[in-house]
Design a binder for this molecule. Structure first.
Ligand code: NAD
Length: 432
């Protein structure tokens, strides 16, 4: 009874998660034949702890991946769209993939279906873009077709737990029928369901992501100010900041002792985002901050804080590059890059800070860059094709490089000071 269009991080998690929690039949569809083959074989097309076992439990049973889009749509009452909404012209969200996915489904609509937008889209997209699109195809929202916004808040690295144990579910519908259908779908999750207007639902997603981006950029700006003043132990300063109990949901404990998902999740308190690093990356924060800034401007409101968050995110990578170059002014010095994914426990390299740092070092004339990541090396290599060397192990990087930049906070790097006390390290994540 449920269809999921687009089986990337969000779609695959949604499909398997809905199969697990609701017990309903979920039909998935994706244009990427390689991804489909992997999923059908019970293999994840990306690295994500926790999701693999769940996929194996449901694939071929409650969750099937179909080649025939017509069958997927005809057999389903609720259709979740989880396709990409990349950064387009002038930072705006490019809605082309989503509109074309919706359009390709419409030709199979043979009764009342609820189309649910899980992809992140700028506030007012359902009202001003998607509703008119449906109307232009002769459909009437709330009468012959349902339309709803249901933004997703999962985080890569913990997506299974985030999806199956959400702290809130946000639903924005034009019609009560669709609201009831979605409430029924989410009933087994036992989470509060917040019913708001479609535009409010879309806004809530940006409210969340742009706050995280702003907190990270604030912390990074403060780290750059501290470096400029000198004599400041940045790591200690932020650790002391986090001792303020107002940061923690339980009003006490360590910075990692609370968290958005409650006690069951590997918790990350909000304070974890108020900590300096090498900049935010990945698929969501950069493009979503740009997209909200763009729609803010086109709506006549100057987004000063959002623009500053984006600019600081650009500058922090230059700052890290400058620190590396200060340690090794000779451009023939081998430079080790530790970490290529945008965050630990993920092999996602989209808009990863490591890529920007490496490009800056190459632009400044560095000729021997050696990169290492516990799991993301192959994805990074094929994604970017940069003229650098790759190491298979941490020891291999340490053999070739005395100057290193730690860019992703993988656990494997945390004992580096003890393991390699003589190395010159720019700790771009303040974990050493
Ligand atoms: N990745 C995250 O952590 C995250 C979290 C919350 C929300 N989001 C949002 O969810 C959306 C999807 O993100 P993602 O990371 O899963 O993207 P993704 O690129 O991993 O997956 C998108 C999938 O859609 C497929 N696709 C594209 N066009 C299609 C079509 N017409 N029919 C069927 N499949 C099609 C692609 O082949 C791809 O597999 C985006 O809007 C993103 O902003 C992402």
């Amino acid at each position: 009874m449920i269809a999921v269009i687009g089986l990337g991080f969000v779609g695959l998690t949604t499909a398997v998660g809905l199969a697990e929690k609701t017990g309903r039949k979920v039909r998935g569809y994706d244009l990427d034949a390689r991804k489909v083959a992997a999923i059908r074989g019970g293999e994840l097309p990306f690295y994500e702890e926790g999701l693999g076992d769940a996929l194996k439990r449901h694939i071929g049973g409650t969750f099937v991946v179909e080649d025939d889009l017509g069958e997927v749509i005809r057999e389903s009452e609720v259709v979740f769209f989880c396709v990409g909404t990349p950064c387009g012209e002038d930072g705006q969200a490019d809605l082309g993939i989503l509109k074309s996915a919706i359009d390709s489904c419409l030709r199979y609509v043979d009764g009342y279906k609820t189309l649910v937008i899980k992809s992140t889209v700028p506030p007012s997209t359902s009202e001003r873009v998607l509703k008119p699109l449906l109307e232009s195809r002769g459909l009437v929202v709330g009468d012959s077709i349902g339309l709803a916004s249901n933004p997703e808040f999962l985080r890569e690295g913990t997506c299974w737990q985030d999806f199956t144990e959400p702290d809130r579910v946000v639903i924005g519908c034009f019609d009560r029928k669709d609201e009831q259908r979605l409430k029924d779908v989410y009933a087994p999750f036992g989470a509060p369901v917040e019913c708001v207007s479609p535009t409010t639902a879309e806004f809530i997603k940006y409210l969340s992501n742009t706050l995280l981006a702003t907190m990270i950029s604030y912390s990074n700006e403060l780290s750059m100010i501290a470096d400029a003043i000198g004599g400041i132990d940045v790591k200690t300063a932020f650790e002391v900041l986090h001792k303020d109990r107002r940061w923690l949901p339980d009003g006490g404990g360590s910075p990692s002792g609370g968290g958005a998902g409650g006690g069951v999740l590997a918790p990350v308190a909000m304070s974890a985002y108020v900590y300096p690093g090498s900049g935010f990356g990945g698929y969501c924060l950069p493009k979503d901050t740009s997209a909200l800034a763009a729609i803010s401007e086109s709506s006549g409101c100057d987004p000063l804080v959002l623009r500053a968050a984006l600019e600081t995110n650009r500058r922090i990578k230059l700052h890290i590059a400058a620190k590396v170059e200060k340690l090794a002014p000779d451009t023939s010095t081998p430079i080790g890059i530790l970490g290529l994914s945008f965050k630990p426990n993920s092999d996602d390299v989209r808009d990863t800070p490591a890529k920007h740092l490496i490009e800056q070092l190459l632009a400044d004339g560095y000729t021997d860059i050696v990169a290492y990541d516990p799991i993301a090396t192959d994805v990074f290599k094929s994604h970017y094709g940069l003229p650098i060397r790759y190491a298979d192990t941490l020891d291999e990087v340490l053999e070739s490089c005395d100057t290193l930049a730690l860019v992703t906070a993988w656990d494997e790097f945390k004992g580096l000071k003890d393991k390699a006390p003589t190395k010159r390290i720019v700790d771009g994540r303040y974990v050493l």
